[in-house]
Design a protein around this ligand. Structure first.
Ligand SMILES: [Cu+2]
Length: 152
């Protein structure tokens, strides 16, 4: 079951994160989307859900995967399945994105889908979660911090 974020909630989050200059690009996908590439499917699992282990064997919150790519110039659709009963964000200042990722509820994962226009030129853009979830994960690439690469 897909849940779509009310835009007001996203706007409030952007304000709460003190990122008012970022355009909020979350859009509900109600039927027709002019997608020209396959949606990027991401999952989020918490430490207790054994999201991802660090080098010492401790589990952390993580986006799975955290490093992914898409084609330049196209409309990109990202679908995030959150198994964690806590919210996260997908915040990429370089892409002018800050999207609130809805929490799982009553044991059911929440799916948040958003779209944006990929940059015209190849390049890599860092993103992070700004929700204050797992401080270690938020500071480490591959957990609550990642990179999106756009290729020709
Ligand atoms: Cu997070």
């Amino acid at each position: 079951m897909k849940r779509h974020l009310p835009l007001i909630a996203v706007a409030c989050l952007a304000t709460a994160l003190a990122l008012p200059s970022l355009a909020v690009a979350a859009r509900a996908t109600s039927g027709h989307v002019a997608a020209t590439s396959t949606p990027i499917q991401l999952s989020i699992k918490s430490d207790v859900q054994q999201g991802k282990q660090d080098a010492k064997g401790s589990w952390h919150d993580a986006y799975l995967p955290a490093l992914f790519s898409a084609k330049v110039g196209r409309r990109v659709t990202v679908s995030v399945t959150n198994y964690d009963p806590a919210p996260h964000t997908f915040t990429a200042p370089g892409l002018r994105l800050s999207v609130l990722i809805a929490p799982a509820k009553a044991g059911q994962p929440a799916v948040t889908t958003f779209t944006f226009r990929a940059p015209a030129k190849p390049g890599a853009y860092d993103w992070f979660c700004a929700a204050g979830c797992d401080p270690w994960a938020m500071a480490h690439l591959g957990f609550m911090r990642g990179r999106m690469t756009f290729t020709a």
